[in-house]
Design a protein around this ligand. Structure first.
Ligand SMILES: [Zn+2]
Length: 429
């Protein structure tokens, strides 16, 4: 099934776009920057980007792109503009500090604001979404918004019978979830794995309801089997062995996207010692020092060094995931940026930048990674009004001091985040 836009966001967008213009909204002109539009096209040097009422109306070289006289000029000379990043696999609302189970409106909105300050302007929350998340998704004004846009999947479905499976899908579908989410993984042999007749029933029912099915998988065989059953999105890397032609062909034939979530593997072991990012101001500026102090506790670090699963993810799963990423990317599979950030110690916002760095380490080019976090992600999420800096799209615009095409680490020079033409307030404002 091709993923289509079935979100409340779009319905709301159309409703609002067709009503009168919003107070306080006008035209903006970003002038003099290097514009990387997310499509893969070469950057426009000395470009102009015009927005009106939250949408992009024109993009082009300064010499040939007129600036409307009423537009407010924003000088971005020497800076680089990119579309807002889309995280195709996150989790929103559960974690506070290093504890889970704190789901409420405040936490959902706080985390969406955090993602936004890091330039992650859309988040696909793939599971553990509760009532308040659906409400935030449903009521987010696509024009007057300064936090990340949210998509939700509801609970991760784990039914025991085929009948339960069908009922569970319909329950989530009735709430107009953006995705159905399941796990087909025995967690290195520690937990039972969902049976084929269960996920097959879930896939059939999801397809009937027109909601794409996202699968958390680990093994190549499970990835292939769920794909054959009708899965629409591979929510993690294949980590047990090298991917093969059969898998690549199946992904391409069914137009299924694949998100590596390399930082998910990283998070399982990285706190065994001192992570390099603990001294990165781009990380520390948004993290409570008490959290870092807890993660530095020697007993905690020792437990991870002694953990067979952590060491397996570090030494086997992550290297395999990175190899497979390169193979799939080279084969033309639609790879999209996703992190599985949101659970404890998987830091929302920062981990998306780390993920992009790891994707480049795995062998993708910075341009490919930028596309995977923008146009390709929007395509895979069915968000045809986002993902590029082109006329007609929402004005989700990132401004960087230095060019991420030259070095992907330059995404950490993020200076300004705009969502639908609204400047996202920096931390503390
Ligand atoms: Zn997840």
């Amino acid at each position: 099934m091709r993923i289509r836009t079935n979100t409340g966001i779009l319905a709301l967008a159309i409703a609002l776009a067709s009503t009168s213009s919003h107070a306080g909204f006008g035209a903006l002109a970003f002038v003099g920057g290097r514009i990387i539009d997310g499509t893969g096209a070469a950057a426009i040097e000395d470009g102009v980007l015009i927005t009106e009422d939250g949408k992009i109306t024109a993009v082009g070289p300064a010499a040939s792109t007129p600036i409307p006289p009423q537009a407010e000029r924003i000088d971005v000379s020497g800076k680089t503009l990119l579309p807002g990043f889309i995280n195709t696999h996150g989790h929103v609302g559960q974690v506070l500090g290093l504890e889970t189970g704190h789901y409420d409106y405040g936490n959902v909105l706080r985390q969406l604001a955090l993602y936004a300050r890091y330039g992650i302007t859309t988040v696909n929350s793939l599971g553990d979404d509760e009532f308040e998340g659906f409400e935030v998704r449903n009521t987010t004004d696509p024009v007057n918004v300064n936090h990340a846009r949210l998509m939700v999947a509801g609970p991760v479905l784990a039914p025991d019978t085929v009948e339960q499976a069908r009922r569970a899908v319909n329950g989530v579908a009735d709430q107009n979830a953006n995705f159905i989410k399941i796990r087909v993984d025995d967690n290195l042999g520690r937990t039972p794995k969902m049976a084929p007749e269960i996920y097959t029933a879930i896939a059939e029912e999801s397809d009937k309801r027109g909601i794409p099915l996202a699968v958390h998988m680990y093994n190549l065989e499970d990835a292939k089997a769920t794909l054959a059953a009708g899965a629409d999105f591979m929510a993690h890397s294949v980590r047990d062995k090298e991917v093969d032609k059969e898998f690549i062909d199946a992904l391409k034939q069914r137009d299924v996207c694949y998100t590596p979530t390399l930082t998910r593997e990283l998070s399982t072991y990285v706190y065994e010692g001192e992570p390099a990012f603990f001294s990165d101001p781009f990380f520390t500026r948004e993290v409570d020092p008490a959290i870092i102090a807890t993660l530095r506790e020697p007993e905690r670090q020792a437990r991870l060094r002694d953990s067979a699963s952590a060491q397996h993810y570090k030494n086997q799963a992550l290297p395999m995931a990175m190899r497979n990423l390169k193979t799939l990317s080279d084969a033309g599979v639609k790879v999209v940026m996703g992190t599985d950030s949101g659970p404890v110690a998987r830091f929302q916002g920062y981990f998306e930048h780390l993920e992009m760095q790891m994707m480049v380490e795995a062998g993708m080019t910075p341009m490919q990674v930028i596309q995977s976090a923008t146009s390709v992600a929007a395509d895979c999420m069915g968000l045809d009004y986002l993902g590029t800096l082109e006329a007609g799209k929402w004005a989700d615009v990132l401004v960087f001091e230095r060019n991420p095409l030259e070095d992907i680490h330059n995404t950490e020079t993020l200076e300004e985040v705009w969502i639908a033409g609204n400047r996202v307030p920096p931390a503390g404002e």
